[in-house]
Design a protein around this ligand. Sequence first.
Ligand SMILES: [Zn+2]
Length: 149
Amino acid sequence: MTEIKFIADVMVGKLARWLRVLGFDVLYSNKFEDNEIIRIADAEGRIILTRDTPLAARKHESPCLLIESSNYQEQIRQVLRSFDLKEFNVFSRCLECNVALVDVDKESVFDRVPPYVYLTQDRFARCPSCDRVYWHGSHAEEMGRGAFV
Ligand SMILES: [Zn+2]
């Protein structure tokens, strides 16, 4: 898995979520202001993803990708193309917290997931931050709703 890390501005929240589906580390908050984005990007070595031309033009040490399309599928393609990303680690990151998931025993999630899911899935993982339980299908279903790669 590549170590590439991103920080997304408020205008590309959907893109940020989908990059997390693919396993990428993407910081995103709808409270981020431009100065904060630049500060965090420079401090943590994150690539800035933005639709904001003035932000992209401002002086910062970190690389910055100006997202061209308003369509999130196009946005994902642009990011994958721009950084030549071909390896994905689906089912590895919480879509809400951007935190790496931890594998858990099937028995431990018995009362946390729908019965059908419990019966048909064998691999479960938990977010150590928000305690959400994920299973392989949960990311796959999300991806299945819009083919983009
Ligand atoms: Zn979480």
